[in-house]
Design a protein around this ligand. Structure first.
Ligand code: SF4
Ligand code: SF4
Ligand code: SF4
Length: 425
């Protein structure tokens, strides 16, 4: 198998195909701390793409309640358990070596097995990636166990769930919402597993699509995708998945003015937790050192947003600002070893980060570049014993053609209505 470079693992890894990288990569950052689980994103996607016969249980975007919820049921706990077994069989103790923080290996080096490497050891002729096929009933509820920790839930330490991280000393229960869609992975397991080569990654934006004409419904992609974001449609007998709303990315939507527009699930979010971008990628797969691109800034420079289960090895292009109050061992299992530093940066944001955080859900057009105009000091305090200052800076976002699309200050301005139209409802 060819060796490919995976920056999230800080090393090369085995993958069935040689490296080819797009010019830009569809990527997104979700701020988990702000999600209210309203499911507006899920409905925006469903009402656009999956409202037809055979798609009833198909949620390309879903928001689930962690740690016990999942769509399909226990998708991550089951795969983590399988990966644990593969490590035990191979006599490997997975861990992350080195300090991390380096731009090209921000989380250090993963010395465990990815799902591709585990499959090569366990089932070399049968599977390209370690995985399983969920049962039909596993797809029935997109947010099962919502806000509750019911009787019959899997016990901490079972199903691969982190044993230490299931309760806090102060509370008997905790949860947070995890927003999920296809990660348009750099090394998609769905693509690797497809025997028909019906799945491809677009060279212009890295979007991963299933060719509906070539697909024969073998469901190898459903089995292999570690995030379970490829789904089978029984009425057509082919598989489907998130298409990254590609007509909007291509600037074909009438409202887009000819430039890339954010997707339906991104633009619908009232919690303003979502920021989607197109990240410039160099031919060798490294992200161009474009500090003024908001997604590059958050992921590579500020390192406040982290990939979901980077140890799976697909190099997902969805990134999360981890929830501040969930137990750290559970979060480290889910987002890797960058969790503590990311939360520390989010708790006491730098002046630049605070400004960029205002850009979430601020424009329907994809922001390719931001600038900051400095404003006055408005607040000083201490956070974790360190002095912290807040400035009323203004952040300006620009679209692909360099046109200004949004201008926001850190402090929300107060607008007083004139006397004939007083503030009332
Ligand atoms: S629309 Fe936004 S706030 Fe609502 S569930 Fe989706 S991500 Fe969360
Ligand atoms: S998240 Fe799953 S379906 Fe999407 S590209 Fe990655 S492996 Fe494929
Ligand atoms: S990007 Fe578009 S197709 Fe994909 S989950 Fe969001 S709304 Fe659905």
């Amino acid at each position: 198998m060819p060796e490919v470079r995976n920056w999230q693992l800080g090393r090369t890894m085995s993958y069935p195909y040689a490296e080819h990288h797009p010019e830009h990569q569809f990527a997104f950052v979700f701020n988990i701390n702000r999600c209210i689980a309203c499911q507006t994103c899920s409905m925006a996607c469903k009402s656009t793409w999956t409202f037809s016969k055979g798609q009833e249980a198909m949620w390309w975007n879903n928001v689930e309640t962690k740690p016990y919820g999942g769509y399909p049921n226990h998708w991550d706990a089951r795969l983590l358990g399988m990966l644990d077994e593969a490590h035990a069989t191979a006599g490997v103790e997975p861990s992350w070596a080195d300090e991390g923080g380096d731009r090209e290996a921000p989380y250090g080096t993963y010395d465990g097995l990815t799902i591709f490497e585990a499959a090569a050891l366990e089932k070399p002729q049968l599977q390209q990636a370690l995985g399983y096929l969920p049962a039909d009933e596993d797809w029935r509820a997109p947010n099962i166990f919502e806000d509750v920790t019911p009787a019959g839930r899997p016990a901490p330490g079972s199903l691969g769930l982190e044993a230490e991280g299931a309760t806090l000393p102060e509370h008997t229960a905790w949860f947070f919402y995890l927003q999920r869609l296809c990660n348009h992975c750099t090394y998609p397991a769905c693509l690797a597993a497809c025997p028909r080569q019906a799945i491809y990654k677009r060279p212009e934006d890295g979007v991963v699509l299933i060719d509906q004409e070539r697909c024969r419904g073998y469901r190898k992609c459903v089995e292999a995708c570690p995030y379970k974001k490829s789904m089978y449609r029984p009425t057509t007998r082919v598989s489907e998945k998130c298409v990254a709303c590609y007509p909007r990315l291509e600037g074909l939507d009438p409202a887009s003015d000819g430039v890339p527009m954010e997707t339906r699930c991104m633009t619908a979010c009232p919690g303003r937790i979502r920021l989607q971008g197109l990240v410039p990628v160099a031919p060798d797969g490294t992200w161009a050192d474009d500090r003024q691109n908001p997604v590059t800034f958050l992921v590579r420079h500020e390192q406040v947003a982290l990939p979901l289960y980077p140890q799976f090895g697909t190099e997902p292009n969805g990134f999360y600002i981890p929830p501040r109050w969930a137990p750290r061992p559970y979060l480290r299992q889910m987002f890797g070893p960058g969790v503590d530093a990311a939360i520390a940066r989010y708790r006491a944001p730098s002046r630049e980060l605070l400004a960029v955080l205002q850009l979430f859900r601020a424009s329907q057009r994809v922001i390719f570049r931001f600038e900051i105009e400095e404003g006055p000091l408005v607040f000083e305090t201490e956070i974790d014993g360190q002095p912290w200052a807040m400035y009323d800076d203004t952040v300006i976002g620009f679209d692909k053609l360099g046109r200004e699309v949004v201008r926001l200050s850190v402090e929300e301005p107060v607008h007083e209505r004139p006397a004939p139209r007083p503030n009332s409802i």
